[in-house]
Design a protein around this ligand. Structure first.
Ligand code: ADP
Ligand code: MG
Length: 627
């Protein structure tokens, strides 16, 4: 449309006949056809060819050229402008739309008379001129159009280049766009990260606040602690000063303690000496008599204990008179011992008397304690007693006293070891009462003397003990061993001696003193005599060995008392085993147990006679086994 002015300006000169107009139509069609392919481009080819809107309005693209003749009316009806022009011009130049052979009457203009040949020739000439003119103008127009086309082609190629350039730019833009979308994604990602980080930040901020609060409280605490510390430091300084004072005090006290220890030790030695003096004054061999109560608990008439002291006992026997003058005659047997215990005497009372000797054992003197008497007189009750606390006998009580005293002496630097053994002598054979192995493998025993003159028994159990319970366990084991040996017909315990020995060794390393002693507690076999004719076989053998060992015990003690050069220790296993515990270096206590029943009168008398013989002995002054 905008390219038309070039053409139209040249049309001013073009012929105005209707034929011209008709011929023009195909040309214009061609032009349109040429232009049409560019039409879409025209929309984009604004560059360099834009006609200002005002100019377009001022110079309408198509001007009807009236002055140029009637034929020119229809010339160049270009698209878009035909209608308004046609509407206004059709009535006037309707002929221009008619073909050349149209009816002359219709146009009504200059129709020649058939005769007017000249006129017709003129017309024809005119037409020719018109055509010539038209031809020229068409040629011109053609040239112009060629130029125009050439221009357009140049423009087209320019535009194509431009399009290429634009395409490249678009490509670049697209690449940039892609890059930007990548950047946008990154941005999104970064935004998300930022959100996360912001949340974290706010969390951390909260935590920080909490920590700050905590720190504040801890600072307060720290301040408090610092204050406390300073208080405690001053307390400590004070205490240290105190401590120094105390240390000085302690060292002076230590000196005092050492002095007092020496004094104590000297005192202890003095006590031992005095204790021993007392024991010697009492006699190194002592005899205590103990009367068992009757089974119903009462007292028997034939035994009388002196009310004035607790040292004498009288046996009274009523006999028929030989002269017959008096129906009856009472015969009294008087005995006196170191102590006589009546049937009501408790186990504790008995032990109180022995405990002094037990102390001597701990002081380093050998101590031997026998229970002598007929079967059933209370020997075992006296030595072992029963398990109930009040009824416990001499052995558990002595052991208890020794352990407790040993513990006390440990504060003075004494260290004690105790070794227990329990042996039975039956028919002059030794049997280990602490044996716990198989009965079939029970070993045999022999009494030996060591190089240091100690007496020892081969294969015997020597058990180290340190508590009372351990000793009670050993007593129980000994009881069990004895009961397995006896049968219903043979109460073996009454026909055997049982010897409990506790070896005591004390060391005072600080003062380089040692002491060694043995405490022997012996439950002798029943002292009753049998009529020889009544005893046979095994019983006779038993009786003989019991009699000989008991009488030998009496002989040994008498020999020792008389300071005879030969003491027949070897005559019985009992005296041989006890040789170190008897004699000059020992303290001996004999219990004579008597049964209160009248039918035991004879045995009671025998026992009291034996005991008083022993009691009459004076054994040489004992000396402690100190080394
Ligand atoms: P032995 O050992 O001399 O044969 P026991 O010691 O076995 O005699 O005593 C015989 C019985 O007499 C036992 O039942 C014992 O409990 C009891 N008995 C012994 N002496 C006393 C006493 N002093 N008080 C109470 N009962 C005693
Ligand atoms: Mg007994």
């Amino acid at each position: 449309m905008s390219r038309l002015p070039v053409i139209l300006s040249k049309r001013v000169l073009a012929p105005s006949s209707s034929e011209n107009l008709l011929d023009m139509a195909p040309l214009q069609k061609r032009m349109r056809k040429e232009q049409e392919p560019h039409k879409p481009q025209a929309a984009t080819t604004i560059v360099g060819y834009k006609r200002p809107a005002a100019a377009a309005a001022r110079a309408p693209p198509y001007r009807p050229i009236r002055g140029a003749g009637a034929a020119t009316v229809a010339a160049g009806p270009s698209r878009g402008f035909v209608k308004p022009v046609a509407a206004s011009t059709a009535p006037k130049a309707g002929s221009s739309k008619q073909p050349a052979g149209a009816k002359p009457g219709v146009t009504g203009a200059t129709r020649r008379k058939p005769w007017d040949l000249k006129g017709k020739v003129n017309d024809m000439e005119g037409k020719i001129r018109n055509y010539q003119t038209k031809y020229r103008s068409v040629n011109e127009e053609n040239e112009a159009l060629k130029d125009y086309v050439a221009q357009n082609q140049t423009k087209v190629s320019e535009l194509e280049q431009e399009v290429e350039g634009q395409k490249r730019k678009i490509g670049e833009y697209e690449a940039q766009l892609q890059m930007l979308s990548g950047v946008q994604n990154q941005l999104e990602e970064t935004r998300r990260e930022k959100n996360v980080l912001q949340k974290e930040l706010s969390n951390l901020e909260q935590k920080y606040k909490v920590m700050e609060t905590l720190r504040d409280s801890q600072e307060t605490e720290l301040q408090t602690l610092k204050m406390k510390l300073s208080v405690q430091e001053s307390t400590m300084t004070r205490l240290q000063a105190n401590l120094r004072d105390r240390e000085e005090e302690i060292s002076s006290l230590k000196e005092t303690v050492a002095e007092q220890r020496d004094e104590l030790h000297a005192g202890e030695m003095e006590r031992r000496r005095l204790h021993n003096t007392i024991q010697e004054l009492k006699g190194n061999i002592r005899v205590f008599c103990r009367v068992r109560p009757l089974e119903d608990g009462g007292l028997s008439k034939h035994i009388q204990l002196a009310a004035s002291d607790n040292k004498s006992i009288m046996l009274a026997k009523t006999e028929e008179s030989h002269t017959g003058k008096t129906a009856e005659m009472q015969k009294n047997y008087h005995f006196s011992f170191d102590r006589v215990f009546g049937p009501l005497a408790s186990q504790q009372e008995i032990f109180d008397e022995i405990s002094l000797l037990v102390q001597s054992a701990l002081d380093g003197y050998n101590v031997c304690c026998f229970a002598y008497g007929q079967t059933g007189s209370g020997k075992t009750y006296t030595m072992e007693g029963e398990e109930v606390d009040d009824m416990r006998g001499v052995i558990p009580r002595a052991v208890q006293q020794i352990f407790r005293a040993g513990e006390k002496l440990s504060s003075q630097g004494w260290e004690f070891t105790f070794t227990a053994s329990f042996v039975e002598i039956y028919n002059e054979t030794l049997r280990d009462l602490l044996y716990s192995g198989k009965a079939s493998k029970r070993p045999e025993h022999e009494i030996r003397k060591t190089a240091s003159n100690d007496v020892t028994v081969t294969n015997l159990t020597y058990q180290k003990v340190s508590t009372e319970d351990e000793v009670l366990g050993l007593i129980a084991l000994a009881k069990e061993n004895r009961s397995t040996a006896q049968t219903a017909l043979n109460d073996r315990s009454s026909r055997s001696h049982s010897v409990f020995q506790l070896q005591i060794e004390g060391v005072n390393a600080g003062r380089d003193i040692k002491c060694k002693s043995t405490l022997c507690l012996v439950d002798l076999a029943g002292s009753e005599r049998m009529v020889k004719s009544q005893s046979q076989g095994e019983r006779f053998k038993e009786m003989t060995s019991i009699n000989s060992s008991l009488s030998n015990l009496g002989i040994v003690i008498t020999s020792l008392a008389n300071k005879e050069s030969h003491v027949p220790y070897r005559n019985s296993k009992l005296t041989y085993l006890l040789q170190n515990c008897l004699g000059g270096n020992s303290k001996t206590l004999m219990f004579v147990n008597i049964s209160p029943e009248l039918n035991s009168f004879g045995e009671t008398l025998n026992s009291l006679r034996f005991a008083s013989k022993v009691n009459d002995c004076v054994i040489g002054t004992a000396s402690s086994n100190k080394k």
